[in-house]
Design a protein around this ligand. Sequence first.
Ligand code: PLP
Length: 393
Amino acid sequence: MISQAMLGFGRSKSCIRELAAYGARRKAEIGADRVFDYSLGNPSVPAPDCVNEAIRELLSLDSCTLHGYTTAAGLPSLRRAIAEDMRKRYAAELDPDKMYIICGAAAGLAICLRALVQPGEEVIAFAPFFPEYRMFTEGVGGVLVTVPPLSDLQPDLDAFEKALTEKTQLVIVNTPNNPSGVVLSAQTLERLARILEAAQARYGHPIYLVSDEPYRELVYDGREVPCMLHFYDNTILDYSYSKSLSLPGERIGYLAVSPKMAEGDTVYAALTGAARACGYVNAPSLMQRVIEKCIGQTADVSIYRRNRDLLYNSLTEMGYDCVYPDGAFYLFVRTPEPDARAFSERAKKHELLLVPSDDFGLGGYVRLAYCVTEEMILRSLPAFKALAQEYGL
Ligand code: PLP
């Protein structure tokens, strides 16, 4: 019998998907350069040279080795290299035997949810959040509990404390954040960890924290992204190279269970089982080897910073109320009317494709992915101005 839950996910309306489809149609009708498409978080900065150099070098390897299966958890040499890099950059200890190379951060989330959440158990996410959190949670029969943010879009930790119950099994933290660009400070993570520790003691069972961090290196003005492993022992890192190396189509990243987790062996075994059950064993072999050769490198994120400055400053000057993004490549703008979908529809009349925030678990904003060309931003400014004037900004 067809799964009604999966059918529901497949048929559910997603603002991002609908906008992308609309954008494709509109570009065919009037020309791609006349549509200002801010809908998708697809990196616009090329992968650094080391990626193609590594691929060229690797082609000299024996074909059956290069394209053969690796161990299910990924090449041990790659896991050791990542652990070494994390020690150097974050003074964070990772155990290569508790790491699992995955097909992108999305696969990592799916594995964590499958391994650690049973039907009826609760998962907490801080709004605004990556829409797939709901899919991954409800896909295993879990219940997604969302915590609305403070007015500056930082997490409301008092509300978080109240949202925790004996059914809470897992909490997802995403910093830098998609869709707001907000980065969480060490102080915030520290308080969050203490709240979680108190809840674990109160309910007598572990509460796992998944730190979903594909934008870890996309931060500006010297802003630091503190490593969650320093704050909370029951942490699992979910990382991908989709954004930092501009490789989203190659599907490569890793899960790492904190070496300080008391039941780390059991949790790691459950993650390995879930990866098998999801069919996510053996991330792409060529990419595993590429990553090993590119450890510590990132794409040129200064291009995103310039786009951020241009877009934030221009829109703020026009009267839009924008959340200042410290990281990622998204600008979150408060809509001048309460209905974000209605605002997004009106923006379409100016050929501006802006994602209404409802998909992210919060109303009243639109998300602009500024991983686009600077030239497109400049061309789009008169359209933003005309839209602002319609609202009397
Ligand atoms: N988590 C967040 C917050 C994201 O924004 C994304 C992708 O945009 C993912 C996870 C999934 O990343 P990946 O492409 O590595 O699967």
